[in-house]
Write a protein that binds this ligand. Structure first.
Ligand code: AMP
Ligand code: TRP
Length: 330
């Protein structure tokens, strides 16, 4: 049986980019793979979130996944810190990870910026914890965005070198399932910038919590240009905002970008925007409704996480035992 594990930072304020780039993929993958989905609160600690907010974001994040269609009878949803084996295996893996490998990680360099001396050890070791997340479950595949490709490559190297050093086929070397560039949602104001929760311009993103009126307003005000709607997708090459809106329509509604151009080509943008807003509302409103309902009984969400943690602990502990035996501490 093929198995996936993926992790999501509980950072709150989910938006359309998170839905199309992560949630939607998880929902469809759970039908093909045995699935483990982890709220990575230990990773989040590297940025020192407000403690009460972190707790809330773990529950809300889980509720968004459930609302989007992750089915707890098919998939295991759990909190990373509820499975102590993650931190324990991380230490064992740390002892087999050369600093040179970590020094190559571009995410650390980006996040630490020019102040590497002041960056915390957790941020530096972040990819080793991620390797532990994956290897504990012997995941065959790991769905991630392009930005996590390097971390996955490191996970593969850690698994291979551990297996080699201890002469055991203990860890499964996982394959990446990289989401295509079509799932990269850009901002509604600037088509060259990723839609992001940290963008100061509220109008640049569609939050999953936005109501129908807000969605319609944001789409109406989304940046386009003065040229008419393109008749072919090739004509959007230097029109990133237009290209982005077409991609969003396509991802939500299913028609190909080319079909959309054929349909709206030469027409007024307002007609397209009206339809785009309608599609956004049609897809996002039921998810929002389910989320709001779930958050009326957070106990139910906590119960799903507790059941998930039990399943995750069973599997993770058995791999951890093997690893401990292999290195001579079990
Ligand atoms: P973040 O919100 O940056 O922590 O990302 C959480 C998940 O959502 C990751 O899997 C990202 O790849 C995905 N994601 C975030 N922003 C976007 C975006 N604008 N387009 C596509 N995927 C995104
Ligand atoms: N590092 C990932 C991110 O920032 C989150 C993550 C943690 C993850 N552990 C993982 C992703 C294991 C896939 C598998 O998006």
């Amino acid at each position: 049986m093929k198995r996936i594990l993926s992790g999501m930072q509980p950072t709150g304020n989910l938006h359309l980019g998170n839905y199309l780039g992560a949630l939607k993929n998880w929902v469809s993958l759970q039908h093909q793979y045995e699935s483990f989905f982890c709220m990575v609160d230990l990773h989040a600690l590297t940025a020192h979130p407000n403690p009460a907010e972190l707790r809330r974001n773990v529950i809300e994040g889980t509720a968004w996944y459930l609302a989007a269609g992750v089915d707890p009878s098919k998939s295991t949803l759990f909190i990373q810190s509820a499975v102590p084996a993650h931190t324990e295996l991380m230490w064992i893996l740390s002892c087999s990870t050369p600093l040179g490998w970590l020094n190559r990680m571009t995410q650390f360099k980006e996040k630490a910026g020019t102040k590497q001396e002041g960056a915390n050890l957790g941020l530096y070791a972040y990819p080793v914890l991620m390797a532990a997340d994956i290897l504990l479950y012997k995941a065959t595949h790991v769905p991630v965005g392009e930005d996590q490709k390097q971390h996955l490559e490191l996970t593969r190297e850690i698994a291979q070198s551990f297996n080699h050093r201890y002469k055991k086929d203990l860890f499964v070397v996982p394959e990446p399932l990289i989401f295509g560039s079509g799932t990269r949602v850009m901002g509604l104001k600037d088509g060259t910038k990723k839609m992001s929760k940290s963008d100061a311009a509220e109008g640049s993103r569609l939050n999953l919590l936005d109501d129908a009126d807000t969605i319609m307003k944001k789409i109406r005000k989304a940046t386009t240009d003065t040229a008419p709607f393109p008749g072919t997708i090739e004509e959007t090459e230097n029109r990133p905002e237009v290209r982005n809106l077409i991609n969003i329509y396509s991802s939500l509604q299913g028609a190909s970008p080319q079909e959309i151009c054929h349909r709206f080509g030469g027409k007024n943008f307002s007609e397209f925007k009206q339809e785009l807003a309608a599609v956004c509302v049609e897809v996002l409103s039921p998810i929002r409704e389910r989320f709001l309902n779930l958050m009326k009984s957070p106990d139910h969400v906590e119960k799903i996480l507790a059941e998930g943690a039990e399943r995750a602990n069973n599997l993770a502990n058995s791999t951890l035992e093997e690893a401990k035996k292999a290195v001579g501490i079990g």
